[in-house]
Design a protein around this ligand. Structure first.
Ligand SMILES: NC(=O)c1ccc[n+]([C@@H]2O[C@H](COP(=O)([O-])OP(=O)(O)OC[C@H]3O[C@@H](n4cnc5c(N)ncnc54)[C@H](O)[C@@H]3O)[C@@H](O)[C@H]2O)c1
Length: 311
């Protein structure tokens, strides 16, 4: 198959592209390199079934493809808040352009949506039928509402034009090739521990998150793309095992043998207190569930970061 991966040089996109190339598909990796980096896909560039295209999804792109994975969008608050208007455009115009392409070519299209569509949730864990509690005018809204609008577009293209869609709601994912300066908690803690700097914990560290290792996440996306027509989602893909930020910090300190100290700072605006996927639907529909334990995934991630120049 010929497969387009938008955001293909980013953290998740590069792992996905690597898998698809390994399966023997022709992969077109499209990226504007806003947060993605050539290093992430350097090992794929010489392969005959891999093609790299510099392009911004907010502009139309024409190519004959069988499948599209739409991952293009900065995913960390530091990056998506740097240019919030562009973030909303990437989600919304990007969705329109990629859905238009899917409509024209008859390609099946998967949207990398997010647990952020649930906002600061009143129910726990979050099931797919929960509509969310999102601030429409806050500093995270460019991302949260952009992704919500993209979901709306996906379902309208599905209902109106019978486009074969897949909407995956991705929960916190970590692993090698995360951006070292993306400000996300796992990369923050690891980088700080490796540099011997203070580890910054927001709030009192009792807020919980669930973390999915990248290999598990990619397996989930591939399984979802492959299930028979007729199941558009949305579907939660993530790891339901919860850890407090304090537990995470302690694991990182232990695995890096770091002498860093924990320091506590005020919680950022609209930071959800708790986030955990209910993955019953993914288990039922995709026969998928995560396998990698946090310590195993953290170790692989630490090995990756320890080879980088972190100055
Ligand atoms: N990593 C997570 O924990 C997580 C959680 C939920 C959802 N997601 C979603 O998964 C997708 C990939 O996330 P990631 O963690 O790999 O982030 P990332 O920032 O590493 O990757 C995003 C990629 O999209 C590219 N991009 C951004 N704007 C673009 C544009 N206008 N045109 C073309 N390319 C553009 C970037 O250069 C980058 O390569 C995103 O859509 C994100 O919202 C990720």
């Amino acid at each position: 198959m010929r497969i387009l991966v938008t955001g293909g040089s980013g953290f998740l996109g590069s792992h996905l592209s690597e898998k698809l190339v390994g399966f023997g598909h022709d992969v077109i990796c499209l990226d504007n390199f806003y947060t993605g980096h050539r290093n992430n896909i350097e090992h794929l560039v010489s392969k005959s079934n891999f093609e790299l295209v510099r392009h911004d999804v907010t502009f139309p792109y024409y190519v004959e493809v069988d499948r599209i994975y739409n991952l293009a969008c900065p995913a960390s608050p530091i990056h998506y808040q740097a240019n919030p208007v562009q973030t909303t455009k990437t989600s919304v115009h990007g969705a329109i352009n990629m859905l238009g392409l899917a409509k024209r070519t008859g390609a099946r299209i998967l949207q990398a949506s997010t647990s952020e569509v649930y906002g600061d949730p009143e129910i726990h864990p979050q099931t797919e039928d929960y509509w969310g509690r999102v601030n429409p005018i806050g500093i995270r809204s460019c991302y949260d509402e952009g992704k919500r609008c993209a979901e709306t577009l996906f379902f309208d293209y599905h209902r109106q034009y019978a486009v074969d869609i897949r909407v995956a709601r991705i929960f916190n994912t970590y692993g090698p090739r995360m951006h070292p300066k993306d400000g996300r908690v796992v990369s923050n803690f690891i980088v700080q521990a490796l540099k011997g700097e203070d580890i910054t914990v927001y709030g009192d560290g009792s807020q919980t998150r669930s973390f999915c290792f990248v290999d598990d996440l990619i397996e989930g996306l591939l399984a979802f793309m492959d299930v028979d027509k007729g199941f558009p989602g949305p579907i939660n893909i993530g790891n339901p095992t919860e850890f407090t930020m304090l537990e995470l910090a302690e694991s990182v300190l232990k695995l890096t043998n770091s002498a860093s100290r924990l320091v506590f700072k005020e919680l950022p605006q609209d930071d959800p207190k708790q986030r955990k996927p209910d993955i019953s639907l993914a288990k039922e529909k995709l026969s998928w569930e995560p396998k990698v334990q946090l310590n195993e995934g953290l170790l692989k991630t630490i090995q990756y970061f320890s080879k980088l120049d972190l100055k």
